[in-house]
Design a protein around this ligand. Structure first.
Ligand SMILES: Nc1nc2c(c(=O)[nH]1)N[C@H]1C(S)=C(S)[C@@H](COP(=O)(O)O)O[C@H]1N2
Ligand SMILES: [Mo]
Length: 357
C-alpha cells in the first residue's frame, strides 16, 4: 500500500515526537477524577505559549458592532460569572491509530480532559457592543503566532453568531477555581462546550464580528475532513461520542499492557459526546464479541463526561476490554474507524489488552 501525501506507514518521526513531548495527553488513570486536575488535563499548543503582561492586556472587541470596546480582565471579572464543567477533546485524538498515519500530533486516545471553567457568557460581552444585524460569524484571535501549511498566522477561528450567543459559549478566566495556567490560555480563552478543542481559542486578544464567513487557515484549510486525494470535505465541529476506561490492574512498563488479578474487578470509565447527553455505555471483555450494559453515574453537568462502571468477573487468561458510548442523538461509537487524511474525529472503541493471573 502507498501512503497518501501527508501520511506514513512508518514509525514515529522525531518531528512528531517533539510535538508529542510538548502536547501531553491525560494519563489515563486520571480518568478516575471527575474534574481533571489542571496539570493532568491534555494540552495542545500549535505554536508557542505567548508571554502576557496581565496589567497591559486588553480584549479588543470590534468589527461589525455598534460600540467597539477594549476590555481589561477586571472589566470582564465585574460581569456576572458562570462556572461549568466542560469536557474538551482534541479533534486529532486517535490519529496515531489510523493507518496510514496522518502526520501531525500523534495522539492515541488520551487527548481529553474535563475542567471546571469560570468566566462570563460571551453574549454578556457581545450584547453591550451591539452586534450588527448583518454579522454572520464571530472571530476569535489568539496572541500566539506561527507558520502552518506555509502560512504565517495568529491562531484564530470563528463561530456562527447563533453559537456565540448560546449558553455554551463562555469567555473563561479561571480553570478549577484558579486563574488560567499559561498553557491553557492565560488570561482569557473561549470555551464553546460540545465542540472539539480547536474551537476553544486560547490567549484571546480580539473578538471580531464578521459579515462574511471567516476563511483563515484554521477554518478553511485546517480542521476539515479530507479524502485521501486531498479533497476538503465537511468542517470538524462537535465532539463525536467516545468512552474510555480507567486502565485496570498494573501496567507493563514498555507496552503498558495490563496485569489483573482473577476475580471481581470493577471497571470504571467516562463517556462523552458533544451532540447530546450520554445515554448508554456498553462494555465488552472479549474483544467485541459480546457487549453488556454498564451502570451510569449521575451526570456531572450537561457538557461534561459521564462516569460509568461495570463489575467484571475476571477469569484467568488473555482478554481485550472495550467500552462503547451511545448518545441521546443516536450516535454510537464505531468498532472500526473510517479514515480521513488529517486524522480528525476518530472515535473508534478502545481496545485494552489485559492478562488475568
Ligand atoms: N490560541 C490558540 N488556541 C488554541 C490552540 C492554539 O494552538 N492556540 N489549540 C487549540 C486546540 S487544537 C485544542 S485541542 C485546544 C486544547 O486546549 P487545552 O490545551 O487547554 O487542552 O486548544 C485550542 N485553542
Ligand atoms: Mo486539537
Amino acid at each position: 500500500m502507498d501512503a497518501p501525501a501527508g501520511t506514513t506507514l512508518e514509525g514515529i518521526s522525531q518531528a512528531e515526537l517533539r510535538l508529542a513531548a510538548r502536547n501531553h495527553g491525560l494519563p489515563l488513570e486520571a480518568l478516575r477524577h471527575p474534574i481533571t486536575p489542571a496539570g493532568l488535563h491534555y494540552l495542545l499548543i500549535h505554536y508557542d505559549i505567548p508571554e502576557v503582561d496581565e496589567a497591559a492586556w486588553r480584549l479588543e472587541l470590534g468589527g461589525a458592532v455598534a460600540r467597539p470596546a477594549s476590555l481589561s480582565l477586571d472589566d470582564l471579572r465585574a460581569l456576572p460569572a458562570v462556572t461549568m464543567p466542560v469536557t474538551l477533546e482534541c479533534a486529532g485524538n486517535g490519529r496515531a491509530l489510523m493507518e496510514p498515519r496522518p502526520i501531525s500530533q500523534p495522539w492515541l486516545s488520551e487527548a481529553v480532559g474535563t475542567g471546571e471553567w469560570t468566566g462570563v457568557r460571551l453574549r454578556d460581552v457581545l450584547a453591550p457592543a451591539g452586534v450588527d444585524g448583518d454579522a454572520v460569524e464571530i472571530l476569535f484571535t489568539g496572541l500566539d503566532r506561527g507558520v502552518e501549511g506555509g502560512v504565517e498566522q495568529a491562531y484564530e477561528r470563528s463561530l456562527p453568531v447563533a453559537e456565540a450567543l448560546g449558553d455554551d459559549a463562555v469567555l473563561a478566566y479561571a480553570l478549577n477555581g484558579a486563574p488560567l495556567p499559561p498553557q491553557h490560555g492565560f488570561p482569557l480563552r473561549l470555551v464553546i462546550a460540545g465542540w472539539y478543542g480547536m474551537a476553544h481559542v486560547k490567549w484571546l486578544a480580539a473578538i471580531t464580528a464578521l459579515t462574511a464567513p471567516f476563511d483563515g487557515y484554521q477554518q478553511a484549510t485546517g480542521y476539515r475532513l479530507y479524502d485521501a486525494d486531498g479533497t476538503p470535505g465537511e468542517p470538524v465541529t462537535r465532539i463525536m461520542p467516545r468512552s474510555l476506561t480507567v486502565p485496570p490492574g498494573i501496567p507493563d512498563f514498555m507496552t503498558r499492557e495490563r496485569l489483573v488479578d482473577a476475580g471481581r474487578c470493577e471497571l470504571r470509565g467516562r463517556a462523552w459526546s458533544g451532540w447530546a447527553p450520554i445515554e448508554r455505555v456498553e462494555v465488552s471483555t472479549d474483544g467485541g464479541a459480546s457487549w453488556a450494559d454498564a451502570a451510569l453515574d449521575p451526570p456531572l453537568g450537561e457538557r461534561a463526561w459521564r462516569g460509568w462502571s461495570y463489575a467484571w468477573d475476571a477469569a484467568p487468561g488473555d482478554h481485550v476490554l472495550s467500552s462503547r458510548a451511545t448518545d441521546a442523538a443516536g450516535n454510537v461509537q464505531p468498532v472500526a474507524q473510517s479514515w480521513n487524511l488529517k486524522g480528525y474525529a476518530n472515535n473508534e472503541v478502545e481496545r485494552i489488552p489485559v492478562t488475568v493471573r
